[in-house]
Design a protein around this ligand. Sequence first.
Ligand SMILES: *Cc1c(COP(=O)(O)O)cnc(C)c1O
Length: 378
Amino acid sequence: MPEEPPVRDELKGVEPYGAPQIDVPVRLNTNENPFPPSERIATAMGEAVADAARSLNRYPDREALALREDLAAYLRAESQVEVDADQIWPANGSNEVMLQVFSAFGGPGRLAMSFSPTYSMYEQYARDTLTAYRTVRRNPDFSLDATTAVAAIIGGAPAIVVLTSPNNPTGTALPLEVISAACAIAPGIVVVDEAYAEFRRPGTPTALCLLEVHPNLIVTRTMSKAFALAGARLGYAVARPEIVDALRVVRLPYHLSSATQAVARTALSFADELLGQVDTLRGERDSMVAWLRDRGLAAVDSDANFVLFGRFADRHRAWAALLEHGVLVRETGPEGWLRVSVGTPEENAAFRTALLEVVSRDGMMAPDMPGAAAEGTP
Ligand SMILES: *Cc1c(COP(=O)(O)O)cnc(C)c1O
């Protein structure tokens, strides 16, 4: 046996993050948009990449200026908020943006705080940047109120507060008053991860409108979900220019390839078409929640493109049973719950059919769930 490589103690024996990539007919486990770009858009992207290829001997625009202009124009139209290109910072997925945020604002002797259950990657950005990390529990219904958030922030004095809205894996959006209260009391920066913002229900606000009032606020967005562009890797931060400047200090040189910039700009020029399925997905999501509740299951209200549902006596058993039917969902969140991404109407129907069979099995539901009450009856 060769010796283990001499990695840092906290990395010893750690498995890389990632949902299982299993090739099954119905993949509803990573919150992707199930509708691929049309032929027309794929062709336009191909042409844009070919164009970029003609100068691949050169490094890309390391400030990604044209892309940042396009992203600013997109946000002005999407959220009716005044933002300029110098307030936007793009990178390879919002994951990379977030790592840059932790690199610039975290570090040894500093604390990052988030509210659980939430996205498990935050802990890894903290680990990789030697930032301490603490989570504070949300309410039992997965909401977060200003009192809890403010008390936690006063108690921990975090350099970075991460508020995920809509939250993954619960789908819960935060009221603006909670974000405002957090920004007002936080001694450091507050990041609102809005990866799922475009799926929010009517009346649910975006934190972008608070940028003007709170100088310590960063909002992150991504093209991976609503834009159906997960494979291209493009996420971005929106903040005041001074914060963007701090991110520019820690980014790797030429971090965003010419090909990525070309694909993202092409996608933005087709924003209406790419986002055209968002309404369908929101409708499917709302009917999924209603359907689950009609069947006596618990389902959390969602402003995203997934639904957290349960509760199972043994959620791994339920997950595996769904997989037997060719339906892959995500085993995440609190014990007893599973998360399903909203797919095409056909995929959602396949999920519902599989789930009906699975919940009919003995002992599948948690003992206090209505579905479990039937157990033991002949
Ligand atoms: C999917 C997701 C992201 C997006 O990651 P990308 O790197 O942009 O693909 C960010 N935050 C949360 C909470 C997510 O669920």
